[in-house]
Design a protein around this ligand. Structure first.
Ligand code: SF4
Ligand code: SF4
Length: 413
């Protein structure tokens, strides 16, 4: 099996560019504490990157002041890679990160965006959306660009509209530096997609839970065989690996006292040699600081830690949690506005909790949701299933959660 060599070097210059004042752009004061970087052929990126799917919010709007601080801190520490997408934060993520990044010299940061396969119905859609994205982000090119979310529901859009061919034209025009795809299908589909074109990279969902529970190990092996480097999304499974069941948390504390739940999960992903950037959806400055600290003081995973990760995955699996990452793609199509990720999130919190009042809290919090957003309003149309990258049967799971709510309510009456 062939594999290209990686170079890991925390002392490399930020983005290969000097960050100087001038041209009205903000000067970045580079900290001596720079995050580890990885190199793959002509791609060289910080190992940790700021995912812009879960941006800080205040009063229902993106908190631009907090985002400004988060970006400044990341830039100072060499974490100068930012990942957005057309639909993130209800379509507002691109504008927000573009507004902040315009303060910096263009060659001092990497900006990634994605063409939403689920909205592309003709080749011209690819170009229309791309142009709109350049404008929203206030840039003239994207460093990395992807066909977004190839899965069983969207693969026909991607193929029938030759999204690769259309994006290659934009790459040849210098508007895209590196072309890849993000993927949420099964191993058989990945094998087909990865080998049908010459991709610069792929973006996969990898974390120590999916490695065991779904098919993360198989997806990684396919990328390895195709010699295509990997950007990782959902390294902490939408935050679930920062909120692991009490029994698992105790184990982690006892066996890996120097780690937080987040640093443990991120270090696990970083240990895979084909991974050159890890996207973490950070929502406040504190999270940015913690994640950057993990990659400034980077320690490779040990064999003992691998064993702990395996045991924790088994504990989580035994709790019967729902594999929802809170991406909210389902909500974009739900005609009833059911708050699916919130409902699944509350259920998972309840399953992970060791507190004696967990059932009571679960039902109390469920009933705090707006009436129109609750599970009983689902009409079982199934539209949400097509958009779920985790392949969940959402209406059935909503029915299960509702049954549990009703059972608890009955036992309390
Ligand atoms: S099945 Fe239920 S949750 Fe899914 S889109 Fe239809 S109404 Fe919404
Ligand atoms: S149910 Fe699926 S689509 Fe909806 S938020 Fe969860 S993972 Fe995303």
């Amino acid at each position: 099996m062939k594999r290209r060599d990686f170079i890991i070097n925390s002392a490399l210059a930020v983005g290969g560019a000097a960050l100087l004042a001038g041209c009205g752009k903000k000067e970045v004061k580079k900290s001596v504490n720079q995050v580890v970087r990885r190199k793959f052929d002509n791609l060289e990126m910080p190992l940790i990157a700021l995912g812009c799917m879960r941006l800080p919010m205040r009063d229902g709007k993106i908190d631009m002041a907090e985002l400004d601080k988060m970006v400044a801190y990341a830039m100072e520490h060499g974490a100068n890679y930012f990942d957005t997408a057309y639909m993130y934060v209800e379509g507002k993520s691109e504008n927000a990160i573009g507004e902040i990044l315009k303060q910096y010299k263009r060659d001092s940061f990497f900006l990634t965006d994605k063409n939403p396969s689920y909205l592309v119905n003709s080749p011209s859609d690819v170009h229309r959306i791309f142009k709109e994205q350049l404008k929203k982000c206030q840039v003239e090119y994207f460093d990395n660009y992807m066909v977004h979310n190839i899965n069983k529901g969207t693969i026909s859009n991607y193929r029938d509209n030759d999204m690769y061919g259309e994006l290659l034209k934009l790459k040849n025009d210098g508007l895209i530096k590196h072309l890849g795809f993000s993927f949420h299908g099964d191993p058989k589909m990945l094998k087909e997609v990865i080998n049908e074109h010459k991709w610069d990279f792929c973006q996969l969902q990898l974390n120590y839970l999916d490695w065991e529970v779904i098919n993360g190990d198989q997806l990684y092996e396919i990328a390895e065989e195709a010699n295509v480097p990997v950007i990782v999304m959902e390294p902490l499974r939408g935050g679930a690996l920062c909120n692991i069941p009490a029994k698992a948390a105790e184990k982690l504390k006892a066996e890996c006292p120097d780690d937080t739940q987040a640093s443990f999960g991120l270090r696990w992903v970083a240990n895979k040699p084909l991974v050159f950037t890890i996207l973490s959806g950070m929502s406040n400055l504190q999270q940015v600081k913690e994640n950057i600290d993990t990659f400034v003081n980077y320690r490779p995973f040990t064999e003992k830690e691998e064993k702990v990760a395996h045991e924790i995955a088994q504990i989580i699996q035994s709790q019967g949690a729902i594999n929802c990452t809170a991406c909210k793609y389902c909500m974009e199509v739900c005609p009833r506005g059911i708050n699916i990720p919130a409902i699944f999130g509350l259920y998972n919190l309840y399953k992970a909790s060791a507190q004696p009042n967990a059932e009571f809290m679960f039902v109390t919090n469920y009933n705090a949701l707006k009436e129109e957003e609750r599970a009983d309003k689902c009409i079982k149309c199934g539209l949400c299933n097509k958009n779920c990258p985790q392949g969940l049967n959402i209406p059935d799971l909503l029915a299960d959660v509702l049954k549990k709510v009703e059972e608890v309510e009955k036992s309390m009456s």
